[in-house]
Design a protein around this ligand. Sequence first.
Ligand code: AMP
Length: 543
Amino acid sequence: MSLMGQMMHMPLMISSLLTHAARHNGDVEIVSKRVEGDMHRTNWTEVELRSRKLAQALDRLGLEAGDRVGTLAWNGYRHMEIYYAVSGSQRVCHTINPRLFPQQVAWIANDAQDKVIFVDLNIFPLVEKLAPSLPALQHVVLMCARENMPRECALPHLHCYEDLIAAEDGNYCWPSFDENTAASICYTSGTTGNPKGAVYSHRSTVLHAFAAALPDAMSLKATDTVLPVVPMFHVNAWGLPYTAAMVGCKLVFPGHHLDGASLYNLFEEEKVTMSAGVPTIWLGLLNHVKTNNLKFSTFKSTIIGGAACPPAMIRTFENDYNVEVIHAWGMTELSPLGTLGRLKSKHADWSTEDKQKLLEKQGKSVYGIDMRIVDAEGKVLPWDGKSAGDLEVRGHWVISGYFNIDKSPLHDGWFPTGDVATIDPDGYMQITDRSKDVIKSGGEWISSIDLENALMAHPAVQEAAAIACHHPKWDERPLMVVVKKPGAEVSKEELIAFYKGKIPNWQTPDDVVFVDEIPHTATGKIWKLQLREKFKDHKLPTA
Ligand code: AMP
């Protein structure tokens, strides 16, 4: 008979992250640039107290355990209070991306059956418009003080956030319940078909926070000041509101002020040391610092993921601004962390160039996530750094199913990510494509990410996207869609010649088109579907 351990069993509760932060690092600041335009300062003690009051307010609104509470909001302290109040009181926090098309927002809110929606002032018109098409919606809470409330409003159940909090006394004990209870829902971006809901539990969220804090993951410490650029509606800002509470660091929230100048000022004024976001958001910041000949005085490292980070961006951050870039891969279905680019001790005597090359990959898996690659028949492929296959994962914070969908997404107990990747003998994974974006030329695959990364290193290129274009002989050939840097001039012939020696000759794109802007999805990825649609009749010069 086995001997059982004799340790306390405390369910892993999200509220425990906040109570820990308040008790042990209570005076550490939470700073927010608000939608109202001003800067707001609070700390972990106050956030914890106000979250308790908000939980009481949710009781008063008649919400029951398991009820879904939607948010349409930017990064800020109120949004974080909602995270903790909703999950901590056994309801389910459903963050909705306000950048989605209104019909998609309505579809998602209806699928989740949100009973309440918390909304930031400048997103309120969207909720006013959509409310009649949301039958489950009972209350709308505007995230502001009384003086900012609209004088006229057709919505019958509109509440003022600060009034709701002011009405409560905070005499509330965070309940303890099964750690497998749902805590939050995040929908995939739904670039193909309808979005699908990933339902995180208290357990998965707390374990993810532990793993994210590890030195070889996000490496967060009490001495850090973290500015999550990644929105709180994109996989819970990659879990940063939870990990920050766990380590007790200072948080700086940018609201919707994400242009280069606003971000730079916030980094400097608040002495930010660490950040995280998708590649496109950094283009604006880098342009701003370069154009104005600025430097960062405290910013030391940033996690870049959500889409492939071009190596040229990593080099610029590191060589010109002394900011370490940690390239990370993850997805909504993974809460989101999967892998991160970090070195092992065996790499200590590698050349700088070789280390940099290795760190351009999406990296090695963090404890809690296992991965493998399989071919079209489901056969497991070797970790040789060459065989490319469908990436599958499993682990403590990987979904086992989608909300409201009976059919299991799993393959043989593993979650198929839809990404195509290689894994080298040391366990470093590299994404070559989304399976639906890969370019198939005469039966061979060309990685669109390789083509984009190569061109992003050209000094005249601001952004580049590779898409498959129909070809009568090869079926598909690569077409590059390029945005030039402001004021830069370059010809398509120069760009095509730039590939020489960087990729195998046969992979060289057949054509380049220049555009003013590349479309992005609501989570900041290049919107390949729209590009393919736009250029579906493009005639390649080689055709
Ligand atoms: P989302 O669920 O919106 O976060 O999207 C997840 C998808 O983004 C992944 O399946 C990948 O296709 C892509 N992705 C995330 N991080 C990276 C990365 N570092 N490199 C390449 N693709 C990435």
